[in-house]
Structures are given as C-alpha cells and as structure tokens.
Ligand binder design. Structure first.
Ligand code: SF4
Length: 209
C-alpha cells in the first residue's frame, strides 16, 4: 500500500494576514518547517528545525476544524520555506474544499501549483528569485535590513512588471528600519520608480502570531 505523503509542519493556526496587500484579512496559516536560507534577521527561526509530521489529509482535517471556529476563506502556506516540501497535493485538496491559497516564499524555489496569491520576498545579499515569479508574484516584499541599499531596490523594481507592487517592509517594525523605508521611498520617488509603497507587520501591532 502506498505510504501517505508526509509534510513537516511547525504550526497550523488562525490569525489575520499581517503582511503585504492581503494585510488584515482573516487567514488560516500552515507554517512549514525548514528553510534553505538562514537569514540572521529571521523572525521565525523556530520554524527552521521544529516541526511535526502530518499527512496531507491530517492538514486538511485540521484546517477544516479551525474553519468552524474561525471561518476564513484563505489558507496561507508559510514558513520557514513552504516550497522546500512537495505541497502540490495539499494545494489541490484545499482548492477542492473551496479555499483560496496564498504562498509566502523567499522565491528561490518554484512549484507549478494553482496558487491564488504568491507573496514573494527575495532575500539579501543577492535578492535572487526564480524567473517564474516575474509573471506569478502578486507582490514583492523587501525587508528593510541594515545593509539594504537603494541599488538593490532599483534592480528589483526594474526586474518585475510595473503592475506588481514592491513593498518596503520594516524589519520587525523597528524604528531605524521604518526610517530607512522613508529614506528609500524618497530616493525611489526622485528616481521615478513606480509602484513602491511602505508596509508594516500588522500582526505584531495587534499582538498576534
Ligand atoms: S527566508 Fe524567510 S523563513 Fe527563511 S530564514 Fe530568511 S526570513 Fe527566515
């Protein structure tokens, strides 16, 4: 008998989407364990190693159970890096259950799956992203780390279509990082770059996961 596909997952929980253009919407999160990058500023380092084994069916059952008390329409696969694991079957089954699917990814990996909203966040130092995201990303989030520079922002802005928003997201809502965001935004305006906006992590202001 074939063994069920096993996923390693840190947590499954209801919350609001705190980041990006879907900010504020009720969402059911599946946080995958493991990441192929080890960013020093990562605010989910606990997801690098910790996790439990779930079959796809167990994840779906957990999500449906959560939906009874928190009737959200969207499921967000996050991490860690969710695309390190085979998520095609999970996405297909969640779609059959009527959910919309968001994937938050560092964009180094790509899987051809029916995702409704790719929220990508290329990481320093080289801000590499898989070329498929040029068409597929609904938003590009850039974390305002201490060593970010305007040239990285300019290059990212030029590599994506103008209709794809580029969000300047402060690192853990820190003041120095917000100030950096304002500085970069002014530089972007003066340089004529389009569709760049400031962002914030709403869930941290509300004290949510
Ligand atoms: S890519 Fe994201 S999850 Fe992975 S280490 Fe960097 S910040 Fe953390």
């Amino acid at each position: 008998m074939p063994q069920p596909h096993i996923l390693k997952i840190t947590e499954i929980f209801p919350s609001i989407q705190g980041e990006g253009l879907r900010q504020g919407y009720p969402t059911l999160f599946v946080r995958f364990s493991g990441c192929n990058l080890k960013c020093p500023f990562c605010d989910t380092q606990y997801a690098w190693e910790e996790g439990n084994a779930y079959s796809t069916r167990q994840v779906i059952e957990e999500i449906i159970k959560l939906k009874h008390r928190f009737p959200a329409q969207w499921v967000c696969l996050t991490g860690g890096e969710p695309l390190l694991q085979g998520v095609a079957e999970l996405v297909k089954e969640l779609k059959k259950e009527g959910f919309n699917i968001q994937v938050e990814t560092n964009a180094t990996l790509f899987q051809d799956i029916p995702v409704d909203w790719y929220s990508i966040s290329p990481k320093p130092a080289n801000y590499f992203f898989h070329p498929e995201y040029k068409k597929k990303a609904k938003e590009v989030k850039v974390i305002l780390t201490k060593d970010i520079n305007f040239e990285s922002i300019r290059r990212l802005r030029e590599e994506f279509p103008e209709k794809t928003p580029l969000l300047l997201q402060p690192q853990s809502n820190r003041k120095w990082s917000m100030d950096l965001g304002m500085k970069i935004l002014r530089q972007a305006l003066r340089a004529g770059l389009k569709n760049i906006k400031l962002s914030i992590q709403l869930h941290k202001i509300y004290g949510l996961r």
